[in-house]
Design a protein around this ligand. Structure first.
Ligand SMILES: O=C(O)C(=O)C[C@H](O)[C@@H](O)CO
Length: 256
């Protein structure tokens, strides 16, 4: 019996446009609620949400029990963190702040077992192999890993073609907020110069035959990015939707 089929990997590779939500409340119970909303995928955010491996694990279990497909963003490209995420059963990873071909290649190798990489062998103890109940896990795991790298700086854009040429990387996600900051437009990812850079990069990613990812809660921004080819499309953030609805409710009663 092989490693589980990674539907997110294969549906993105087939060119499907899949819409998802950032999950940032760092709690399995809250994630379970978000998983009833009906998004194609849910990104469990280990970069900006206060997560550790146990909270990531509990949230992953909640998403795996739902119709939504899981992907996990880690705090950085640390191979040890990647190893832990894969061992708890994440098969799709989003890794932030990638700025060079060498960094991209090292990150890819951290997701692969020898001889194709240097992922530590220990899944027999972990959810990834269903606690050693998947006998062929070690020899089939690599093929079901979906690795999407975040390019979100001018240096990353300069290295984009080299990164896209690396076989085994499934896609590149353009981070509008961090790219805006690096371009001198801190807090304004909608600045024309930034949106042009984002959409131009998305076109290059799709032209290279890879998954092109982006996140925005602005429908017009999303439309521009989808016109440029984005197919891994983050359209909502749970924290913002949650507090936004509560603030609206509070304000409406304060008027009365
Ligand atoms: O740079 C970006 O934009 C992203 O990578 C997404 C943010 O990290 C996300 O937290 C929304 O601001």
């Amino acid at each position: 019996m092989p490693a589980p089929r990674n539907e997110l990997k294969h549906r993105l590779a087939a060119g499907e446009v899949l819409h998802g939500c950032w999950v940032s409340m760092a709690d399995p119970y809250a994630t379970e609620m978000v998983a009833t909303a009906g998004f194609d995928w849910l990104l469990i955010d280990g970069e900006h949400a206060p997560n550790d491996i146990r909270s990531l694990s509990g949230q992953l279990a909640a998403v795996l029990a739902s119709p939504s497909l899981p992907i996990m963003r880690l705090v950085d490209d640390n191979p040890a963190t990647i190893k832990q995420a894969l061992d708890i059963g994440a098969q799709s990873l989003l890794i932030p702040m990638i700025e060079s071909k060498a960094q991209a290649e090292r990150t890819l190798k951290a997701t692969r077992y020898p001889p194709n990489g240097f992922r530590g062998v220990g899944a027999a103890l972990a959810r990834a192999s269903k606690y050693n109940s998947v006998p062929d896990y070690l020899t089939t795991a690599d093929a079901e890993i979906c690795l999407i790298l975040q390019v979100e700086s001018r240096a990353g854009l300069d290295a984009l073609d080299d990164i896209l040429a690396i076989e085994g990387i499934d896609g590149v996600f353009i981070g509008p907020s961090d790219l805006a900051a690096d371009m001198g437009h801190l807090g304004n990812p909608s600045a024309p110069e930034v949106l042009d850079a984002v959409t131009g990069a998305l076109r290059r990613i799709r032209a290279a035959g890879k998954t092109a990812g982006v996140l925005s809660t602005d429908p017009a921004y999303i439309a521009a990015c989808k016109e440029a080819g984005a197919n891994f499309v983050g359209v909502a953030i749970d924290v913002l939707a949650f507090v936004g609805a509560l603030r609206t409710a509070a304000a409406s009663y304060k008027k009365s």
